[in-house]
Design a protein around this ligand. Structure first.
Ligand SMILES: *Cc1c(COP(=O)(O)O)cnc(C)c1O
Length: 360
């Protein structure tokens, strides 16, 4: 057995401490041997949907559905809105991958890359041919940047008629979100939710679902219309990850509201950025307005970064590797709700003791 490690990896991430107990409960309950059309499953799905809507303050009529991963949600959105011109606005690896996966399937896909050090300006966007759909990444996990609610509102104003789809994989459940400003939100649960991988939450507005029905692109098994039809009966098209849904339900029962969690994480993120700077670490993103509240990317010489990660591991701490273009010269720190104040104190003492100031 590997030693137990405290993980600051931004996904799969540190599990919420209660998960082991919830797993045993799920087995005990017999639910995992129940048919996914049974009343027992329907009750579980209903409760999970209701808890999510309540904790996250979802607008009335927004529907919660289940999928297997964020990557699958990219495909669901691509197939269900195949005939729409899709504009992908991104500044990092995940947004770019979503763009590429859509473009491989459908030609009517355009990219609007922007620089990760800058706030997304609207002047360039205004010059783009008006899209039917805009795809955004709320929190770019690869470089630790975010698209805040104000920027989302500005994008909406530039393209008032467009459907907006948001990949919120490393932020859902951790940041204040203006749900009504987009028609589609999705996230897999192995990041900010602190749950095991293999489940994604897909949240759609009534307008987005109506549009999918009107377009009628139903050739693929995981199309939004089929998902929605089944979701009206609190079921799924295929046999879902019942254990994952159970863990989500149990963890939501014991979670505070999103407003409370988001407030805590925002405060902890700004304290962490200040701590890092004070100890000679350099956040990858200089512009504090676009820095993520949930994934902190820190830049350093590749030799320093790899030595630091190795030393952390020896001390029972897992730091996140850099990702994509930032693989060698950054490390990442997850600031997810599953991590406690004590966990961050442990991390801070380690980082203080191994500061670039002392090892330079
Ligand atoms: C991790 C991640 C994904 C991929 O999630 P899977 O569950 O592996 O499909 C997609 N988008 C973002 C922003 C991510 O952070």
């Amino acid at each position: 057995m590997a030693q137990k490690i405290l993980s600051f990896y931004p996904g799969p991430s540190q599990l919420k401490p209660a998960i082991g107990g919830y797993m045993a409960e799920a087995v005990e309950s017999g639910l995992l041997s129940m048919n996914h059309r049974s009343p027992a499953f329907v009750d579980l799905a209903k409760e999970t949907e209701a808890l999510l809507a309540a904790r996250f303050s979802l607008p009335k009529g927004y529907r919660v559905m289940f999928a297997g991963s964020a990557t699958e949600c990219w495909a669901i959105v691509a197939h269900s809105f195949a005939s729409l011109n899709s504009l992908h606005v991104f500044n990092g690896a995940f947004g770019e991958k979503w763009f590429q996966s859509r473009q491989r399937l459908y030609q009517n896909t355009l990219a609007f890359p922007f620089h990760c050090q800058r706030s997304l300006g609207m002047n360039g966007l205004k010059k783009m041919p008006g899209p039917d759909m805009v795809c955004l990444t709320q929190n770019e996990t690869s470089n630790g940047t975010r698209i805040g609610n104000k920027t989302l509102e500005a994008i909406r104003k530039v393209f008032p008629g467009a459907l907006i789809a948001v990949d919120a994989t490393s932020s859902m459940g951790g940041v204040e979100t203006h749900w009504h400003k987009a028609g589609i939100w999705f996230a897999s649960v192995q990041k900010c939710f602190g749950l095991p991988a293999g489940l994604a939450v897909l949240i759609c507005s009534p307008d987005a679902l109506d549009l999918a029905a009107k377009l009628g692109h139903t050739a693929h098994y995981n199309n939004l219309q089929a998902l929605h039809l089944m979701a009206q009966r609190h079921q799924t098209v295929h046999t879902p990850n019942v254990l994952g849904i159970y863990l989500l339900m149990r963890s939501l029962r014991n979670s505070p509201t999103l407003a409370v969690t988001a407030g805590l994480l925002k405060k902890r993120a700004s304290e962490m950025y200040a701590f890092l700077v004070k100890h000679g670490y350099r956040p990858l993103v200089g512009n504090s307005r676009v820095r993520s509240h949930t994934v902190l990317a820190v830049e350093g010489r590749p030799a320093f970064v790899s030595a630091l990660k190795a030393a952390a591991f020896e001390n029972g701490i897992l730091l996140g590797n850099g990702y994509g273009a930032w693989k060698e010269n950054t490390f990442r720190i997850a600031n997810f709700p599953a991590l406690s104040a004590a966990d961050f104190e442990t991390l801070k003492s380690f980082l203080a003791a191994h500061s670039p100031k002392t090892t330079a």
